[in-house]
Design a protein. Structure first.
Length: 214
């Protein structure tokens, strides 16, 4: 399908949001999809049993796509209007279409691609984002997760540390996202990437601190 036909079914943000916000989202999503397909091709991972014979995945691996349900959903016409009014607009850096990543919250500070282990890219600098709090209306600006000691030990059992007796952030990037965590156990101590701890403990992001509850 054409880019705009694809974008009309994209369900990344509510159609009730301000018109200019919808336009910005449409431009970012169009840029992301085009850059992704230019890099990976239209028949991405077609030989992989877990892959797709497609340009972009229709879920959070790329962009959440709902199709006709989005267009005909509540206020869907507003989103369609935003897609049409931005037409062929994309985000570029020196004539290069960039893979315009976006998220529901930056936690008050955006991350650069080096936070994910990638190369430094000039269009993805780490910057303060003072408006992310949205005057207290953004539920993802601050979050908290509580895990019992037993649950943490079970989640990290694969690393052979034994019963976990301590967790400590060893390093973080300029945005506050954790790069490395020290895990002290009854058997041994290991250093794990922040992304690994996020995955095994099911945390919202790598922008976290560690403390005792209670």
């Amino acid at each position: 399908m054409s880019f705009n036909a694809y974008l009309r079914g994209l369900a990344e943000v509510p159609s009730s949001w301000p018109a200019e916000t919808l336009k910005a989202q449409a431009i970012a999503a169009r840029s992301y999809a085009l850059a992704t397909m230019r890099a990976a091709g239209q028949r991405r991972e077609r030989w992989s049993w877990y892959g797709c014979d497609c340009g972009v995945y229709a879920d959070t691996r790329d962009q959440h796509w709902a199709g006709w349900a989005k267009e005909r959903g509540p206020r869907g016409a507003r989103w369609v209007s935003a897609v049409r009014s931005t037409d062929r607009l994309v985000v570029t850096w020196r004539s290069r279409v960039v893979q315009a990543f976006y998220s529901s919250s930056s936690g008050g500070h955006t991350a650069s691609t080096t936070s994910w282990g990638g190369p430094s890219l000039p269009w993805f600098p780490a910057r303060r984002d003072p408006d992310d709090r949205a005057r207290g209306q953004n539920p993802n600006y601050r979050w908290q997760a509580t895990r019992s000691a037993a649950a943490v030990s079970a989640a990290l059992a694969h690393y052979g540390v034994g019963r976990v007796v301590g967790l400590r952030v060893r390093s973080a990037d300029a945005s506050g996202r954790v790069r490395a965590v020290e895990v002290r156990g009854t058997r041994r101590t290991v250093i794990l990437p922040g992304g690994t701890l996020r995955y095994v403990l099911r945390l919202r992001s790598t922008k976290f601190g560690i403390g005792r509850a209670g």
